[in-house]
Design a protein around this ligand. Structure first.
Ligand code: GLA
Length: 384
């Protein structure tokens, strides 16, 4: 979606040109799943798919929201009447950001907003975070709030946790706000310290495919929250603030302490080994051994499937088929229970692997998946 188109849409809708146009991307996570609410490590990168917003300030407390992608016209709200968990529609995300900014004491006195997005929704590619971050960045600029990217990400997470009511971690919002073109973001979710890790697969003759299984994931069904609560219970049983505090070489001792608490053993084992896989991936990429991350991705999938138990038949079929047809690595990405998988392939094998996955889906009578190549792209920015 071009900036000009969204700018024109705004002008047509509100009868004046917008003060500016901003964009924020969706993301895929290379490795580090469900570690973010355990204070652990993640490694997402931004997609070329973005949410674009044309925005102007208002001073009368009115918030007008419109999306080119949703039927139903302009939604008008009052900034001082926004209340957590009062809205079950898409407008909860942008309104939640306004609420979070105001609650933190920032003088956001209303806005006119027109949006359009190319981030697939419900595909585990962070369309919600893109929507939150584009609004936060626009309001930060327009109201001269001087907040840093990581602060905007925190406020967006608060909007999602408290206003929308989804207990997600900080990965998606930070990815959308902070990623850089050609890089994956190595993020420590405890203190939000970051390293941009060069990740240019094309230069090394490889590609990363995203396979959207079209199985709609939803955090609202409570499974995400259950995993989160289970991890917190595991940390409490082990006497640590967060599972990140269990070192990899202390895992066996920790599991022994959990005894026959089978659920805690599975969840703790996933988180501690997943943090180690992120660190191993960073080390391999820094050493230029990119192909060697393939088996790490595969081990991550097995852990999410068997220990964390958040995969589904469609995601497993992508991974198994891709590996059987020559992929270097594959795993589910994002929250789980549907959504997307990623597949690392040699450039020469893209067609073979894509065809094999499509045929396997047809053979299993699953909805045809959407397959596209993911190139590490820019984070949120002002377009005009
Ligand atoms: C969702 C959440 C993130 C993270 C992932 C799993 O995308 O929004 O915070 O927990 O799931 O890694």
């Amino acid at each position: 979606m071009g900036a000009q188109q969204v700018r024109d849409g705004f002008t047509e809708l509100y009868g004046a040109v917008p003060e500016g146009v901003w964009s924020a991307p969706g993301r895929v996570n290379l490795i580090g799943e469900h570690t973010d609410y355990n204070d652990g490590f993640v490694m997402p990168f931004a997609l070329p798919h973005t949410t674009v917003a044309a925005v102007s300030r208002r001073t009368d407390g009115v918030l007008r929201l419109h999306s080119a992608d949703v039927e139903g016209g302009v939604v008008e709200l009052r900034a001082d009447e926004l209340a957590p968990e009062s809205d079950r529609n898409w407008t909860a995300y942008p309104a939640g950001v306004v609420w979070a900014l105001r609650e933190a004491g920032h003088p956001v006195t209303g806005a006119d907003v027109h949006l359009a997005s190319t981030v697939p929704s419900g595909a585990g590619l962070s369309s919600s975070a893109a929507l939150e971050v584009v609004i936060a960045l626009a309001l930060n600029d327009l109201f001269e709030l001087d907040l840093q990217r990581w602060q905007l990400a925190r406020l967006c997470q608060r909007a999602e946790n408290v206003y929308v009511g989804a207990p997600t971690g900080i990965m998606d919002q930070t990815a959308s706000a902070c990623c850089e073109e050609g890089h994956a973001l190595f993020l420590d979710t405890r203190d939000l310290s970051q390293q941009q890790i060069p990740f240019d697969l094309a230069a090394e003759g490889m590609r990363l495919l995203v396979v959207d299984t079209r199985v709609k994931h939803a955090h609202s069904d409570g499974e995400y929250g259950k995993r989160r609560a289970g991890c917190e219970r595991g940390a409490a049983l082990l006497g640590v603030d967060a599972l990140r505090d269990i070192p990899y070489d202390g895992l066996d001792a920790a599991l022994a302490r959990l005894g026959d608490d089978e659920e805690a053993v599975r969840l703790v084992r996933h988180i501690v080994t997943e943090d180690e896989r992120v660190e191993r991936t960073v080390g391999l990429l820094k050493a230029g051994e990119t192909r060697a991350i393939g088996p790490v991705l595969v081990a991550g999938h097995a852990s999410l499937r068997d220990d964390f138990r958040i995969s589904c038949p469609e995601l497993d079929l992508v991974v198994d088929t891709a590996l059987a047809s020559g992929a270097l690595g594959a795993r589910m990405t994002g929250g789980g229970f549907g959504g997307s998988a990623i597949v690392l392939v040699e450039a020469a094998d893209v067609d073979t692997v894509t065809k094999a996955v499509q045929e396997a889906f047809a053979g299993a009578d699953f909805t045809a998946p959407r397959v596209f190549e993911a190139v590490p792209s820019a984070g949120a920015r002002r377009l005009s």
